[in-house]
Design a protein around this ligand. Structure first.
Ligand code: SAM
Length: 304
């Protein structure tokens, strides 16, 4: 079944999305919407108990502005995307993140999972903050995304990983489907084994087809693994700092419904165009009403 729908991005530009339902190996694409807003402004609007998996990839507080790679335009990608990634103090940054997480937690299902993506700069602060917010007993994993690419340093071991802190809403009830990855040992060669907490997934190189030009874009392979593990089939995924929409695309491909939020209009354009190109239909329901039903008609995506 093919459908099409007009979708308006936050600067008013129009995208027409269409979907061929049931095209990816028997899995029907999930529904999606991408909102242009400060995460905090929309957090209270998500229906209580409607979200299965909250994945947050916020700015890391690097002290810089993150911008598209200089030559991205030559490859037909966005070369004009940027976002601010600096707070006056680490305390300000953690308070910023905490306020938004706190406002979003009521929207989580009891079986829900929260994952916060960060790096060496703030990981230890965020871990303590999440212990307080979620309760130490609900800690699930400290995942290491080991990505390999990049330079080295003569002064220290090269920093080649990000941290993903995972907490359950309720440790006794959270959803987890162990991802299977190729075994590396000689004995199990050619077989699959359950993934460990070290995820060896290359970061996107310059030639990667999925590259959009958006700065700090995460690979679909990483998000596919996380969404598949923590969001049940037909469940709803929320990414409130969605950037280029990697999480949204991974979720939609896996048949999960997905809501993306970003305050940067350029991110919303890129994510929306990316999903529209895939042919997926936006669910476009009111905030929080997406969960559980896919591909239905409803109000268009609007700037929040
Ligand atoms: C690390 S990037 C996300 C990259 C994304 N995971 C991807 O694969 O493209 C962080 C994003 O958070 C967004 N952001 C920063 N502050 C925000 C806020 N208050 N509300 C919503 N989005 C915000 C930035 O515009 C940026 O796109």
């Amino acid at each position: 079944m093919t459908r099409s729908r007009e979708i308006r991005s936050c600067d008013g530009s129009l995208f027409v999305a269409s979907a061929s339902m049931g095209r990816s190996a028997g899995i029907r694409d999930g529904a999606w919407k991408v909102l242009c807003a400060d995460w905090l402004a929309v957090a209270a609007g998500f229906a209580r108990g409607s979200i299965d998996f909250l994945y947050v990839d916020p700015p890391f507080n690097t002290g810089k502005t993150q911008a598209s790679p200089a030559r991205a335009g030559a490859r037909g990608r966005a070369d004009d995307a940027a976002y601010a990634d600096a707070w006056a103090t680490m305390g300000d940054y953690i308070a910023w993140l905490r306020e938004r997480l706190d406002a979003t937690l009521p929207a989580m299902k009891r079986s829900g999972v929260v994952a916060v993506h960060c790096d060496f700069r703030a990981c230890h602060h965020i871990r303590l903050m999440l212990d307080e917010l979620q309760g130490e007993a609900n800690f699930v994993n400290h995942l290491i995304w080991s990505y390999g690419l990049g330079g080295s340093s003569p002064r220290r071991f090269a920093r080649k990983h990000d941290d993903i802190l995972v907490y359950a809403i309720d440790a006794a009830r959270y959803h987890f489907e162990p991802p299977m990855v190729p075994a590396t040992s000689q004995r199990l060669r050619g077989e699959l084994k359950k993934a460990t907490d070290v995820l060896d997934i290359p970061s996107l190189n310059n030639m990667a087809a999925e590259r959009t030009g958006y700065p700090t874009q995460k690979p679909l392979e990483l998000l596919t693994l996380l969404v598949g593990a923590f969001a049940p089939a037909g469940g709803t995924v929320l990414d409130p700092c969605c950037g280029s929409g990697s999480t949204i695309e991974a979720a939609v491909r896996l048949g999960r419904d997905a809501i993306g939020v970003d305050q940067n209009p350029r991110a919303v354009e890129i994510a929306t165009a990316r999903l529209a190109a895939r042919g997926a239909v936006g669910a476009c329901g009111a905030h929080g009403s997406v969960g559980g039903r896919r591909g239905r008609s409803g109000p268009r995506v609007r700037p929040a």
